[in-house]
Design a binder for this molecule. Structure first.
Ligand code: 9WN
Length: 505
């Protein structure tokens, strides 16, 4: 096994440079991911940023999360973008007018006081809130940080576990690649191929004002992102969509030509955040056992629904593969020939809803809930390794994940510096194009945590050193070529700075 490794960069240097990035991107109540490319507040960015900020200013870290959570919708959703009203409309696309969250006829439940998008991003927030609390418990208690955040975080998780249980088995589904956060991952190529793109002249790629076209998604990708977001908006953002309870009708909210995927990273982060919410609950003096148990049940569902024992990785489940009935087979990329009602129906919602304090409307207890099966997606990406962050993962699965991470598809500790976002062996792998291959700091931070959690200390040390050195050398790039570590996308990117900072202490 590899020898322990120390970064070349002195911690003080890293800290000073990371602090400079985070100061430059701070807008008074929150932090932009990047001044030019992303001039508003993003949801999962803020969670990662808060995790780093807590080492510089626990107060700013608390404010970061409070600002985001104050933009929560009435149904509990946390929007993926909270817009800064002082930024010109054409600085980022899609701009607030596209989402219509504050105009007349806005979706029921949009906050009204702030302009937001209507889709979500991965739920890293409860985990971030707990880590921020731990950085300065006295300040946290003095400001009633957790008592104020707790109901909002609980409502957010309820939204995901209720409104987004489109497959009916207990996991949360994403309805747009922007929700999952790895926008143009090859994992979405098959499901996106069914989406008819919006016409190019109907939108303007503001991202190309600041990013190079070969580092960014293509125009065809954008056409599909716009179509999906506009359809979701025009349908009232899924308002009134109940969970996919199975039964005879396919889950409400699943639309032909749409996108509905159960993603391993999104759900692993939800489960990790459920564990964090349990700790928060405990800190507030309420018994936390039920929530921990639910997290454990969700872990089991994640394994049942998404684990691929042959390849030793979690796969994404395309709920619409093979049509709305959930039958599989029609999709060339589908690997799971047995998926569909026959396989998943009747297994029941293993997640259950035993937490009485947090029961969500109408979802039955364990058993009796059918599911929309769909099919597992053929491409595999780093999303399939992220469940390593889960404490309740069976030992053999954690060991298999480590083997896959170190194997030819991801080369951890081998030919790459940082773990790539996509399978190195896939013809779709591209070392520079966004989420189609480059290494990202948030996924490497998650894997480093997962390795440590499962006793892989040496591998974690090697990865940590590589992250710290690459972060500084690339000037905290948004993403890097996994082989060379050379930077792509924005520089001075907030979560790259924040998470390197977190790993350096
Ligand atoms: C769309 C802000 C966000 C990240 C995402 C990343 C990218 C947006 C975009 O930037 O997405 O949400 O415009 O490309 O893919 O993970 O949260 O940093």
């Amino acid at each position: 096994s590899p020898a322990p490794h120390a970064p070349h960069t002195a911690p003080a240097v890293l800290r000073e440079r990371a602090a400079r990035v985070l100061a430059a991107n701070w807008t008074g109540g929150s932090t932009v991911p990047s001044r030019e490319l992303y001039p508003h507040q993003w949801s999962w960015d803020s969670a990662f940023i808060a995790i780093g900020l807590r080492h510089l200013s626990p107060l700013r870290a608390q404010l970061e999360l409070e600002t985001l959570l104050s933009a929560q919708w009435a149904d509990g959703r946390l929007p993926h973008i909270v817009f800064n009203p002082s930024v010109p409309l054409d600085a980022y696309f899609p701009s607030p007018d596209f989402w219509r969250s504050t105009t007349a006829g806005r979706a029921a439940g949009a906050p009204g006081t702030v302009q937001t998008s209507g889709i979500v991003q991965p739920p890293v927030h409860a985990l971030a809130a707990w880590l921020v609390h731990l950085a300065d418990p006295a300040l946290s208690r003095a400001r009633a940080f957790l008592p104020r955040l707790h109901p909002r975080l609980a409502a957010w998780h309820r939204f995901l576990l209720h409104h987004r249980d489109l497959g009916g088995a207990g996991l949360a589904a994403v309805v747009h690649p922007w929700e999952q956060g790895m926008d143009n991952s090859p994992c979405w190529d098959a499901p996106l191929s069914r989406v008819s793109p919006a016409r190019p002249h109907t939108f303007r790629r503001a991202d190309l004002d600041h990013g190079s076209p070969q580092d960014r998604p293509t125009d065809l990708d954008y056409g599909r992102y716009v179509r999906l977001a506009a359809d979701y908006r025009d349908g009232g953002y899924g308002a009134g969509v109940a969970a996919g309870r199975g039964g005879t009708a396919p889950a409400a909210g699943l639309a032909a030509g749409g996108f509905a995927v159960e993603d391993p990273s999104f759900n692993a982060l939800l489960i990790a955040s459920e564990h964090a919410l349990a700790r928060i609950t405990g800190e507030l003096g309420v018994p936390a056992t039920a929530r921990h148990e639910r997290a454990e049940r969700l872990t089991r569902v994640l394994v049942e629904r998404l684990w691929d024992p042959t390849d030793g990785i979690f796969r994404c489940r395309d709920l619409l593969a093979g049509g709305l009935e959930g039958a599989s087979g029609g999709d060339g990329a589908a690997r799971d020939g047995t998926a569909g009602r026959a396989r998943s129906g009747g297994r029941g919602s293993a997640a259950g809803w035993a937490d009485g304090a947090d029961r969500v409307g109408g979802v039955g207890g364990v058993g009796g809930v059918g599911g929309v099966g769909g099919a597992l997606i053929g491409e595999v990406g780093v999303t399939g390794l992220v469940p390593l962050v889960l404490p309740g993962l069976p030992r053999d699965i954690a060991a298999a994940l480590v083997r896959t991470a170190c194997g030819p598809r991801f080369e951890l500790g081998g030919r790459v510096r940082l773990v790539p976002s996509h399978d190195l062996l896939s013809p779709a792998f591209d070392p520079q194009r966004y989420w189609r291959g480059p290494a990202w700091f948030n996924t490497n931070w998650l894997l480093e945590r997962g390795l440590r959690l499962h006793g892989e200390r040496e591998r974690a040390d090697v990865l940590r050193a590589a992250v710290l050195d690459t972060a500084v050398a690339s000037d905290f790039a948004e993403y890097v070529d996994p082989y060379t570590g050379s930077g792509c996308g924005a520089r001075g990117f907030s979560w790259s700075a924040a998470l390197a900072l977190d790993m350096s202490v």
